[in-house]
Every structure is written in structure tokens, then in C-alpha cells.
Ligand binder design. Structure first.
Ligand code: GTP
Ligand code: MG
Length: 196
């Protein structure tokens, strides 16, 4: 249960993030997949994280303090083709440095667009997480956009692909920031992660 959610700080340099003295959960995924919207949905604060119809909205590492207890982090997306190569590489380096160096990180949610067939870029990113020991779970977003049947088909296809990456199937959630679908089960899972 999230009773309080406050913005703390934005950083471009992972080493300048708040002292790693509290449990931390981060949201990552392709640009426009719905990371910031999901953060607003689970915290019940619709303007906490900035969202946009245009990909590339979130450009920094954004820390939020939850219940005066743990950090929730909104990250820029990967794979956004429309920014120049240098900027794109800069974001990707920042994200990868953050994900591998952040000592208090207890869970990383990789968001996947539930409307799409498995995408190479997401599978490659997950493989990178696996190789680097980043504790990844999956969230399939935008479930309100198509039928349950279609969502389930895409989810199953994606999970099948992850068998080539992980020995054990990753934990996964299906959500909609539009309807609030999936909020309870995701929050229960996060509660356990930040408790450990
Ligand atoms: P970047 O910060 O650019 O990487 O994007 P992001 O992953 O943070 O995505 P953001 O939350 O800004 O959402 C992108 C667009 O998708 C916005 O127009 C949102 O309103 C829309 N969106 C996000 N989640 C959902 C959802 O569950 N359902 C629907 N219908 N739209 C969604
Ligand atoms: Mg964002």
C-alpha cells in the first residue's frame, strides 16, 4: 500500500543519486512503453512522474520516496530512435551504469508493451540484465488497448522467448495505467521486495 509518494531528485550521473541507504525499485523499458504512467498509477498520484504521448519524455534518473521508507525510480527509455546517436548512447550508458552499480536496488521492472509481438530490443535488454545479474521482473503494459485474449497471446509468446535467457521463468505482471488493472498484485510483490 502506498500512502505517501514524493519526488526527491533527478540525476544524470548515477553516482550522484541519493545515498543507497534504503530499498530501491526501478522501472525501465522502451521509450513510451508507459513507465511514468505506471508509477503514477501505482502511487495514485497522476502527475508525480511526467508522461507524454511523445517518446523520450523521461531523460534523467528520477528518485521518488515512498511511505518515507523506500525509493522508487523512473528511468529514461531505451531504444528511442529519434534522438541522435550520442544522446542515445549517453542515456543507455547512464541506465546501464545505474542498474549495475546501484547497491540498494532490490528489483527492476522491465516494461513490455502488451500489444506487440516479442521485440528483439526487449529480449536483448533482458539478456543484458541476465548476464549482469540485474534482478528483473516483467510488466506487460497497456492491457486496456486490446482484448484479454490478444494480451495473453503476446504475454505467452514473450515468456516462451525468455526461456532462452533465464533458467527460471521471470515473475511477470499485466497492467493498465488507464484502468488500474494489475495494481494490487504488483504492489503486493513490491511490498515483499522492499521488506527483504
Ligand atoms: P519515456 O519517458 O518517453 O521513456 O516514456 P514512458 O515509458 O515513461 O511512457 P509514458 O508513461 O510517458 O506513456 C507514454 C504514452 O502511453 C502516454 O501517452 C500515456 O498516456 C500512454 N499510456 C501509458 N500507459 C498506458 C496504459 O496502460 N493504457 C493506455 N491506454 N495508455 C497508456
Ligand atoms: Mg517516462
Amino acid at each position: 500500500m502506498i500512502k505517501k509518494a514524493e519526488f526527491v531528485v533527478s540525476n544524470s550521473d548515477p553516482s550522484k543519486c541519493p545515498k543507497p541507504e534504503r530499498a530501491e525499485i526501478a522501472f525501465i523499458g522502451r521509450s513510451n512503453v508507459g513507465k511514468s504512467s505506471l508509477i503514477n498509477m501505482i502511487t495514485g498520484k497522476k502527475d508525480l512522474a511526467k508522461t507524454s504521448q511523445k517518446p523520450g519524455k523521461t531523460q534523467l534518473i528520477n528518485h521518488f520516496m515512498i511511505n518515507d521508507q523506500w525509493f522508487l525510480v523512473d528511468l529514461p527509455g531505451y531504444g528511442f530512435a529519434k534522438v541522435n546517436v550520442k544522446v542515445k548512447e549517453g542515456w543507455e550508458n547512464m541506465i546501464k551504469t545505474y542498474l549495475t552499480k546501484r547497491s540498494n536496488l532490490c528489483g527492476v521492472f522491465v516494461l513490455i508493451d502488451s500489444r506487440l509481438e516479442p521485440q528483439k530490443i526487449d529480449l536483448e535488454f533482458l539478456l543484458w540484465c541476465g548476464v549482469n545479474g540485474v534482478p528483473a521482473a516483467l510488466i506487460f503494459t497497456k492491457a486496456d488497448k486490446q482484448s484479454k485474449t490478444k494480451t495473453n497471446q503476446n504475454v505467452q509468446k514473450f515468456l516462451k522467448k525468455t526461456e532462452e535467457i533465464f533458467e527460471e521463468a521471470p515473475d511477470y505482471f499485466v497492467t493498465s495505467s488507464e484502468t488500474g488493472f494489475g495494481k494490487e498484485s504488483l504492489l503486493d510483490f513490491i511490498d515483499e521486495l522492499v521488506k527483504e
